[in-house]
Write a protein that binds this ligand. Structure first.
Ligand code: ADP
Length: 404
């Protein structure tokens, strides 16, 4: 319901509903308001029934209430305002009100209180109350807008995901045909046509295969979350052990060292968690520098979250690219320099965000990279004996238990 002063502008005309049984006091209040610069219209009531009727017929800008009346209590007007869903400031104007009672009244919802022997304060108290109401209204509106935008964004993201899923899924079949037949042409006619034809057929085969990989990656990306997160208790140590087994040949080929301190349990989908570790460690191996890769995975408590870090001594990432690399298909290198499609980190981001965390990278060129991500600490982790012993990650020399 709107009232005269919804704009928050200083009122020219102020409508006041005054709960007061003493006519003289009502007169004095009206006088103080006029003196304070208000042009006022006042209705005076003494009991609940009159207050309720008046508030429905003419909702005022402000309610002024005496604390004690013979038939009623001014503070009870707050209940009526609440019942009628009216957001109108109520200021107590009382002869005597101890500090404790005053604080109690403010706690119960009164906007302010002014003693009858300090009525000169009243205009300022009203101005402040109207201003506060206006600011509150603006904040609520902004919060509503934000919530609406978040819903729209979620819907448009869901639409996009659905589109990516359908497109990548449905493109697979015709693409399989193209790939199979270009492959067949290559096998049957290689060397039988001219030199250019061989080259062109080669390009077509390569293009079809590449498109197949891209589409498979896109499908893998859009599949995350489609089936719902199968959240359960994930032992990150076990996830790491599995990843190190998968990456064993690559680790041995380049002489990498992968160390990890005892890692916590988190609430997530276990195969997705393994995928996160595998993508990050796989990248640390792939984007290595001249020295054999040294990769360290650790976790520590940071407020309500676990903060995981996967650091390496590889080629590093320029700070200006630190955000781009998490976008699907964004790469900083050509495929001849380093193989890949640029989907791994976007998959990590999607998985971590779906589990209530954040992921980012801290790096500089040729300084190595530290990929960091958070995941909420789940209550089951509180039982972890490590918590009682002090910091989650003591001296790395001591805490690193496994090296590969
Ligand atoms: P891909 O590995 O297929 O390129 P990603 O999404 O996993 O795709 O990575 C995106 C880009 O981020 C990579 O192309 C690379 O430029 C950069 N990157 C990722 N991890 C590292 C790393 N550990 N060190 C340096 N650069 C990295």
């Amino acid at each position: 319901m709107t009232t005269n002063n919804d704009s928050g502008a200083l009122p020219g005309q102020l409508s006041v509903l005054h709960i007061e049984d003493n006519n003289l006091d009502a007169e004095l209040v009206a006088k103080a308001l006029r003196k304070g610069g208000f042009s006022i219209s006042v209705a005076v009531v003494q009991n609940e029934a009159d207050f309720e009727r008046e508030i429905r017929l003419h909702p005022p800008d402000v309610v002024l209430a005496d604390y004690n009346l013979p038939q009623w209590k001014g503070m009870e007007a707050l209940e009526v305002l609440k019942r009628e869903a009216l957001d109108i400031p109520l200021i107590l104007v009382s002869g005597a009100l101890g500090d404790v009672t005053a604080v109690e009244c403010i706690k119960r919802g009164a906007t302010d209180y002014v003693l009858k022997d300090s009525l000169a304060r009243l205009p300022e108290a009203i101005r402040r109350a109207l201003q506060e109401k206006h600011l509150l209204r603006l904040r609520r509106r902004a919060e509503e807008d934000l919530a609406k935008k978040a819903v729209e964004l979620a819907r448009s993201n869901a639409d996009l995901e659905q589109f990516a899923y359908i497109a990548s899924h449905d493109l697979q079949e015709p693409l399989r045909m193209v790939a199979a037949y270009t492959q067949l042409i290559a096998e049957r006619y290689r060397g039988k046509l001219d030199e250019n034809a061989d080259k062109f057929i080669g390009y077509a085969c390569e293009g079809a295969l590449r498109m197949q990989t891209l589409i498979n990656d896109l499908l893998a990306f859009s599949r995350i979350g489609r089936t719902g997160v199968k959240a359960g208790r994930v032992n990150c140590d076990a996830a790491m052990a599995e990843v190190l087994l998968n990456l064993g040949p690559a680790i041995r080929d380049c002489g990498a060292t992968v160390s990890y301190a005892p890692l916590p349990e988190v609430l997530a989908d276990s195969s997705q968690m393994s995928q996160v570790f595998q993508n990050l460690i796989g990248n640390a191996i792939k984007f290595r520098g001249k020295e054999p890769p040294e990769i360290l995975v650790q976790a520590e408590k940071a407020g309500q979250d676990w903060l995981f870090t996967v650091s390496d001594n590889g080629i590093g990432i320029a700070p200006e690219s630190a955000e781009n690399i998490f976008v699907a298909f964004q790469r900083l290198h050509t495929r001849t320099e380093y193989p890949g499609n640029g989907i791994g980190l976007s998959i990590c981001k999607k998985i971590i965000e779906r589990n209530g965390g954040k992921i980012w990278v801290e790096s500089g060129m040729s300084k190595g990279s530290s990929f960091k991500f958070t995941l909420p600490i789940h209550p089951f982790a509180e039982k972890d004996s490590r918590d009682e012993e002090g910091p989650a990650l003591p001296d790395p020399q001591v805490s690193i238990e496994r090296s590969f």
